[in-house]
Design a protein around this ligand. Sequence first.
Ligand SMILES: [Zn+2]
Length: 208
Amino acid sequence: MADRKRARRPGKRPAPRTSPPAIAPHVRAVLAAIGEDPDREGLLETPERVDRAFRFLTKGYQEDVRALLNSALFTVSYDEMVVVKDIEVFSLCEHHLLPFFGRAHVAYIPKDKVVGLSKIPRLVDAFARRLQVQERLTVQIANALQDTIRPRGVGVVIEAMHLCMIMRGVEKQNSVAVTSCMLGDFRDQSQTREEFLSLIKKKHDGLG
Ligand SMILES: [Zn+2]
C-alpha cells in the first residue's frame, strides 16, 4: 500500500477514499413509492437508520471466515463429538430481504485439531449476516469447518422461521424450516448422525 503511494507520479492527487454507496436515498425512494411521505416527522431519520441497520445486518461480507477459524486452532488428541447447540441465528432472506431467525446446532468430530468453542457462534454469525437462503447458510457453515479443521466429520442443523413466509401468509404461524448438512462421519455413519440429532433434541440438559 505505502509502496504504491510512493510510486505515484508527484503532483498527482491521491485517489479519494472510497466509501460504500449510500443506501439512505434509495430507502427514501422506497418510502415515496409505497405512498408514504418521507418528510413527515416519524420518517425523517428512517432512511439513515435503515442504512445503518442494513450495514450491520450484512456485515458478514467483511468477515474473513478462514482467518477467524485459523486464529483459534489447537492440536489435541480428543476424538469425541464436539457439539455447540442452540446458537441464535438472525439472517435476511435474499428473496425478500426479510428476516429469518432461529437456532443453529453445529457438531464435529476432531481428527487432530479443535477450534476454540467461541469461534463457532461467530462463524455462524459471519455467514448469517449476509443475504441468505437457509440451505446455503447451513452448507457454508459446514464447509468452512470441514475445510479449516479437517475433522472426521461435521454436522450442521438449522431450525428457523421465515418472516417472508409467515407475514405473507404463505405458511402457518410457527412453522419452522429445518435444514441440515452432514459431512464425513456424520454422513457415512448413521450412529454418529443419530447421536448428534439426539443431543440437539434434548432441551437444555437441565442447565437452564
Ligand atoms: Zn423470503
